[in-house]
Design a binder for this molecule. Structure first.
Ligand code: ZN
Length: 277
């Protein structure tokens, strides 16, 4: 399996991104949005920083952990024989559950929120929003996945399947693509559909801590953090109230931001308020 050796994984992710951008042009949910190349570059630069950081720390990747687990016979699936589809499905479900917990923590604790707000600072949602993550958040998510790999003894191939599923769903749910209302309504009861992150990215504080799932929306329904897709308004405002404090004009500026005092042009976490009409 050489998916992550060389640039196959990067080419795949770029292909998914390009497909999403084309579909947004063909079937947009919100029409008339002007394309801002500066915004695209800003969002992509954040992903680039995370890519470099994790590239410098290969042993912190779930793929590297899978290689070690396999060589040393660590974890459940290195002890028992199971069909590959069952192993891969278990990997996707387990990583998604951990991602839900991490996302909830990113919203709950202020220090983590100051890292995650980078993602929420986007005033528009399109495929490039899925690239907009603080490198520390990328690092945190990567480290927290490691025990999952070692406990389950996931093979490298299962890591690749999870990467492919996650890339496709995370990119396409952070797009300006319109699904048929009936498809959106029915599918969103089980899976994350584009309206689910749109509500999560709403400037309305009552939606901010809801719809935290990445692949399966059933997580939010199980843990009472679900906002149904029909609440989304056509004129929904996205982003965080207040000025965007983080301008990633340099890695140092971006990296230091979570450590700065709250008064330093920080975006305050909006206080919950009663749901409006
Ligand atoms: Zn969030």
């Amino acid at each position: 399996m050489d998916f992550f050796k060389g640039v196959t994984g990067l080419y795949f992710a770029l292909g998914v991104l390009a497909s999403a951008l084309v579909l947004e042009a063909i079937m947009p949910w919100r029409r008339g949005v002007k394309i801002s190349l500066a915004r695209w570059v800003r969002n992509a630069s954040m992903s680039f920083y995370g890519f470099i950081l994790l590239g410098l720390l290969p042993l912190l990747s779930s793929y590297g952990a899978a290689v070690i687990a396999e060589v040393r016979g660590i974890g459940l699936f290195n002890q028992i024989s199971t069909p590959f589809w069952a192993t891969a499905l278990t990997a996707v479900i387990a990583f998604d559950l951990v991602a839900y917990g991490v996302h909830r923590a990113l919203h709950k604790w202020y220090f983590l929120w100051r890292t995650h707000r980078t993602h929420h600072g986007d005033a528009h949602i399109d495929a490039t929003t899925s690239l907009r993550f603080h490198p520390f958040e990328a690092l945190l998510r990567s480290v927290i996945d490691l025990p999952v790999v070692f406990l389950l003894g996931l093979p490298e191939e299962a890591i690749v399947v999870n990467f492919v599923v996650l890339s496709v769903i995370n990119t396409f749910t952070h797009t300006n693509i319109a699904l048929a209302p009936s498809v959106e309504r029915v599918a969103s009861r089980i899976l994350v559909t584009p309206h689910i992150p749109r509500l999560h990215h709403s400037a309305a504080p009552e939606y901010l801590d809801t719809n935290l799932g990445t692949i399966f929306s059933v997580r939010d329904q199980m843990f009472s953090t679900f906002t149904p897709s029909d609440r989304l308004r056509r004129d929904e405002i996205f982003g965080i109230e207040g000025p965007e404090a983080i301008m990633p004009d340099s890695f140092a500026n971006l990296a230091l931001d979570p450590f700065r005092k709250p008064g330093h042009a920080a975006i305050p976490k909006p206080a919950p308020r009663d749901a409006g009409p």
